[in-house]
Design a protein around this ligand. Structure first.
Ligand SMILES: [Zn+2]
Length: 202
């Protein structure tokens, strides 16, 4: 009986250990058409400091593949994704928390952000000329305008928010309630929090 128990245990945890082995890769190398505007690699972010040494979008391989499929589905409509943030090293999360120790805006490092697992993205839509489409708020606007259920935005902003949501959901991403730009991949729990520096990701 004990042997059967350990066999079941093995079967239950096998998929988890396999997915944990998914490497963090450079998403742009997988899909060159992804447009990056990595705000934390500039001073144009809520911390007003450059916290990433490089502007890169790194993700777990299956998450990067899912994002690339979203990009392909949008191209048919003359739209593309613009990416603000992907994998975030854990040490940066701690820095954010020192600056803004408020869970409404920043994930507590005790729990870790899904960005630290390489399984979350911050994205918006751009048109064929590369201009951002209208959304209910700016990126990292920590007001209720950023909430997914905010209804007082213009009709086109709401339509664009919904279009992005649907395109992401079709490929397994789940939107975060209080930030229209943030999506977790449904596989996030299978990945550990990492503190790999960008320089260690090929
Ligand atoms: Zn985010």
């Amino acid at each position: 009986m004990r042997q059967l128990g350990s066999y079941i245990y093995f079967l239950l945890f096998l998929p988890l250990s396999v997915s944990m082995a998914d490497p963090i890769i450079d998403a742009k190398k997988l899909d060159f058409s992804l447009v990056l505007d990595i705000r934390y690699a500039t001073k144009n972010n809520f911390t007003h400091t450059q916290v990433y040494p490089e502007a890169r979008c790194c993700l777990r391989k299956p998450v990067a593949e899912a994002l690339s499929r979203v990009q392909s589905s949008l191209k048919i409509r003359g739209l593309r994704l613009k990416i603000f943030d992907c994998y975030r090293p854990f040490s940066v999360q701690k820095k954010f928390w020192e600056l803004v120790p408020d869970e409404r805006y920043v994930a507590d490092p005790k729990k870790g952000s899904r960005h630290n697992r390489g399984a979350a993205v911050d994205v918006t839509l751009i048109d064929s000329s590369g201009n951002e489409v209208e959304m209910p708020s700016q990126y990292d606007d920590f007001s209720e305008k950023a909430h997914r259920n905010y209804k007082l935005a213009s009709k086109s902003a709401i339509a664009n928010r919904t279009l992005l949501e649907k395109a992401m959901e079709r490929e397994g991403f789940v939107g975060f309630e209080t930030e229209w730009w943030h999506f977790d991949h449904k596989s996030w729990q299978g990945y550990a929090v990492e503190d790999l520096p960008f320089s260690a990701i090929p």
